[in-house]
Design a protein around this ligand. Sequence first.
Ligand code: FAD
Length: 473
Amino acid sequence: MVVGGDAAGLSAASKCKREDPDREVVVYEKGSWVSYAHCGTPYFVKGEVDELTDLLSLSPAEVDERGIELCRNHEVLDVDTEARTVSVAGPDGEFEQPYGDLLVATGAHALTSPVDGTDLVGVHTLHGLDAAAGIRAHLLDPDTDHLADVGGEAFVDRERVERYGAMDPPETVAIVGGGYVGIEMAEAFSTHQCDVHLFQRGAHVLPPFGEAVAERVEAELREQGVRLHLETEVAELTGGEGRVEHLVCTGGTELDTELALVGVGIHPNTELVANEPVETGPGGAIVVDDHGWTGVERVYAAGDCATMEHAVTGEQDWVPLGLTANRAGRAIGSTVAGDPEPVGTIAGTGVLKAFDCEAGRTGIIDPDRAREAGFDPVSETVTAGSRSGYYPGGSATGVTLVADWDSGLLLGGSIVGTDRAAIRVDILATAIEQGATVGELERTDLAYAPPFSPVWDPVLVAAKVLRGSIEEG
Ligand code: FAD
């Protein structure tokens, strides 16, 4: 039995059914949507993706064809791991259901705390397709056929789309939080001609990417007309007649706004097992072993609600991302079907597009975090061309590498630029997962041809410079 019908849950269900077709596989999903891509929602709001249903990997009918019993609009309220039962609330009422093996794949929810006033109409978070449909409806002219615009009624929250569709599009938008969601949505709102203000509590946006990336992304945001308010903490959203009208910061900054997007992080959905002997760890996520097992007989967890082992520290960590959820779910599906497969490790590899700029990060970049993990970090940042200098289309690419001084072990890195910069981070992620040193990275046989890279790829240039620093002591 699987709780949660998205990336982790349906990957597990599909794999298990494929490996063991005679097994009964039931998926309970509390919402209407299943197998959807959160990751595409900023691009749906922007208008680059036409219809919400384009963001589905599998339709309910396709899930059904795989022989999976899919129960949408069924919320699992409680788990009893001793009796091996779950309580479910469905459209026809509540019932108890026994399970053989249980996968908790409940994902996470968007946080709004510590901002007050987030229940006002016009204040959005972006987590799920209904949220995306609501924001897009809010951005378009009231004359639009909003239900048709989101791709027909499908499973969408009709009431939300109609409520926001009836409102005038906002002129000024406030984004609270300069993380992935805030930055991607700044681009989406700008495309709709909004005057976009982005508030970030810390000194820089995108803290996990490090300062070198943040400075370049901030320059791009400003260049594109986004008004950045750094070191500015939003305290409260206020309004009249239940609608947001105003934003107030702790330091006194104020802004009139008709739409606020709060992107201040997410928290894993673990309430289901809160009273069970299941351990929670980093970020409040469920701690699992290398096969996604919680330590409670026949109970597994995967995706945004679970931890994973970090490839650099070997410690449990929580970095909720798409591939992690899909891969862990698939591995658990295989394990439960009788073919044990490890869920793998994570390096926290992430990529992001901010208008014409792109960035990637992996491993451990923050020196304090590296020291906590027992390393003595040393770091270098270089800027190098993305293609041979004489070949058109190249751009300056910034690479930061972090290594351990004693061993030369590569700990982390980030890349920023405009010409295929983000995807270059996969070189670093691979090196980190393989436990490479900076010297080994420098000697890696990367591809070279003028349209793609210079002879010395920016990653190799950075490795060369960092190895030099380590050797000079
Ligand atoms: P979810 O996808 O959240 O699915 C969990 C499901 O469980 C939900 O459908 C929920 O309704 C259901 N559920 C919860 N509780 C219950 C219950 N009690 N009973 C029944 N059902 C329940 N990751 C990337 O790697 N790259 C990206 O570019 C990227 N972009 C993103 C952009 C946005 C706006 C967001 C929000 C996320 C993004 N992510 C990205 C993260 C990625 O989408 C998640 O890591 C991934 O979806 C996690 O999958 P999951 O199955 O663990 O959780």
